[in-house]
Structure formats: C-alpha cells, structure tokens
Ligand binder design. Structure first.
Ligand code: ATP
Ligand code: MG
Length: 349
C-alpha cells in the first residue's frame, strides 16, 4: 500500500464466507519490534491477498498484565496500527479491529469460559512465563482466562488460520479444543483453526533471553532511530565465553548470528562471518557493525513510512472505526448463531 492511502476495507459483510479467514493480532503493550515481524507481521503481509484477514488490536488483553500502565494504552493502540501499516499490512485488504469496539467478543468469552476446566488453563505454558516476567506470585482470574479470551477473538470471526509466534501455539491449540467442544455440545458452527508458525521459532532478545518482547525491555523497535539501533546492537549479548577476538566463538544460539541469519540478505557475508567467528578470526565489533548495516537496510524504509503515517494520525482513527464496524457485523452473525445453538436466544436476543 502507499503510505498516503486512506481508503479502508468497507466491503459489506459476506453473508457466507467466500474465502478462508485469518485472525491475527497484537497486544497494545508498546510499539512493535523486529521479533513481531519475524513471528507474524511477515506472514500477515504475505497472506493478505489470499485470505480474508482480520487484524485484532487486543486492548482487553493488555489489562491482564499491565494495569499499572493503562495511561499508555491509547498511544500503544495508535503505535500498533501505525507499525502494521508501515510494514505493509494494507487496510484495503485487511480488516483492522479494536477488540473493545466489538462487544460480542467478551460475550463469547463468557460462554467459552464454561467449556474449559481451571487445571486446563493452569497448564498453559505462557501462564508460568507471564508470572515470571511480571514478577507475580499468583495469576488474576483475568490472566488465567487470557487464552480463553483469545479463543473468542479467533472464533468470533470464524478464523481458519492464525499466524502467530511460537509462544502462542498453545493458545491456538486450546482454541481448537474449545471449538470442538462447542461443536459437539451445541451445534457445529466453528472451524478448528490452525496456527501458522515460522520454522525459525522465536527471535531472541538483545539481552540473550530466548524471546524478544515489547514488555521485556530487550527489543529493537521499528520506531527506534538509527542511533538507537546502533547502540542496542553494539550492546548485544553474544557468546559469553569469548573474551578476545582470537578466541573461538560459538555461532549456534548466539543472538547476533540469529539476527544475521534473519535480516542479512547477503548470505555469503553471513557464512564468511560465521566461519571466521568459529576460528577466532573476527571481532564482535565487526560482526555487530555488519549487523547494524543489514538491520538498517531492513528498517530504514519502514521507519520512513512510519513517520509519514504518524504525521496524519486521523488515518488510524478512520481505519479502526471502519474495520471495527465490519468486524461487529461479522461478530453479530456469529453471536446470534451461538445464542441460538445454546438456547439463549430468548426474549428477542
Ligand atoms: P508482550 O511482551 O507485551 O506480550 P510481545 O512482544 O510478546 O508483547 P504480542 O503483542 O504479545 O507481542 O504478540 C504479537 C505477535 O508477535 C504474536 O503473534 C507473538 O507470537 C509474536 N511475537 C512476539 N514476540 C516474538 C518473538 N520474539 N519472536 C517471534 N514472534 C514473536
Ligand atoms: Mg506477548
């Protein structure tokens, strides 16, 4: 799309699904980073022509871990939309929706919460990670239900495919279980969604943790300027056992090389750096300098588009309003089917 484009997908709701659907989304916990790109944004862009794609800005999900940061939520929502636009998620093809503008989602979440046992959600691996990352002793009732709410996000638009990072795989698995259970108990109205996860797994953080995250203070953001990217890369965690440039280094699992593999399009250069690193013939500084160049090639055009879009903030309001309206129409159809199947369509509901 051109950064100036202001037209949005206002096509009427299809009474019947004519194309397979994607549901994907982000928590508006901060601006997006290159890990989000690898995990899901690249697939959003790639598949937007062949799937009817819904992109959810999941503001209710932010409540699960960030009650002390809610004054930032509106700006985060804007950043999320701007970042998606900047990487090329085209609003003429993709329906952007704001979760809190689609009240059918929390209603479906309530029904789904009756179909899942407490031990089942306690076993989901992301729960333990969230508790660890946010220093919590116990989950709130809301945090425990996060993956159930995600099932409602996906199934309210009858999503078939869910492009996500590896950390979210267990949530899509739970979504399938919930859909299957609903279909057996009431009526077969839901698809069993599949996740679409990149082979490479999660992009590590600049601090060497196995996941870069918006909330983890270890990310390279699309909104970072060139100087900030340079500072972050120069401070990156590498092979902790290598003290001098002449020491033999480890390439496997070394985040600097994971980033090279992901973002450096000059594969011959990457192979040469790896070989010299293993043999103790190249310093960290050269490896990092070349990574900065590769990252800049990737980031500079995104950053430029980002700035053009950010200069016209009304675009964001327009895209979210139109997309949420379309999503509400789809969601309304689904929720009426659900109420009817559950015998909850009384008193004119
Ligand atoms: P937070 O730390 O607040 O949870 P996040 O960086 O994990 O933020 P989300 O909004 O939770 O981002 O996730 C958006 C999408 O990006 C999801 O599909 C998630 O799987 C994916 N994703 C997040 N971090 C990574 C990563 N390091 N590598 C690959 N994919 C990722
Ligand atoms: Mg996350």
């Amino acid at each position: 799309m051109s950064a100036q484009a202001t037209t949005v997908n206002s096509s009427p709701p299809s009474a019947k699904k004519t194309r397979k659907r994607i549901l994907t989304g982000d928590r508006p916990t901060g601006p997006l980073h290159v890990g989000n790109y690898v995990g899901t944004l690249a697939n959003r862009v790639k598949l937007q022509d062949s799937y009817d794609t819904f992109l959810l800005v999941a503001d209710h999900h932010m409540l699960t871990t960030r009650l002390d940061h809610l004054s930032e939520i509106e700006q985060n929502i804007r950043d999320d939309v701007i970042d998606n636009l900047a990487v090329g998620v085209d609003p003429e093809k993709v329906t952007y929706l704001l979760q809190s503008l689609v009240p059918q989602i929390p209603e479906l979440h309530l029904y789904f919460s009756m179909l899942v046992s407490v031990p089942r959600v306690q076993r989901i691996p992301t729960l333990k990670e969230q508790l660890r990352d946010h220093g919590l002793a116990q989950p709130t009732y809301g945090l425990l239900g996060y993956p159930v709410l995600q099932a409602a996000d996906i199934l309210i638009v009858k999503g078939d495919l869910v492009p996500v990072g590896r950390d979210q795989e267990s949530h899509v698995e739970l979504t399938r279980e919930i859909a299957r259970r609903f279909n057996e108990l009431f009526a077969p109205i839901f698809p069993l969604p599949e996740s679409l996860i990149p082979d490479m797994g999660l992009l590590p953080g600049i601090d060497g943790r196995d996941k870069m995250g918006k909330s983890l203070d270890n990310a390279i953001f699309f909104s970072d300027d060139a100087k900030t990217v340079e500072r972050k890369v120069m401070g990156m965690y590498t092979d902790p056992n290598r003290v001098r440039a002449t020491d033999r280094g480890r390439v496997e699992g070394n985040p600097v090389f994971v980033y090279h593999d992901t973002f450096n399009t000059d594969k011959a250069e990457v192979e040469d750096l790896k070989r010299r690193y293993r043999e103790g013939q190249v310093g960290d500084v050269e490896v990092k300098r070349r990574l900065i160049t590769a990252l800049e090639t990737f980031l500079a055009p995104i950053r430029e588009r980002r700035e053009e879009i950010a200069a016209k903030p009304a675009i964001v309001d327009e895209i979210l309003a139109a997309g949420s309206e379309r999503a509400r129409r789809e969601a309304d159809t689904t929720i009426h089917e659900v109420r009817e199947a559950m015998h909850l369509d009384y008193f004119g509901r």
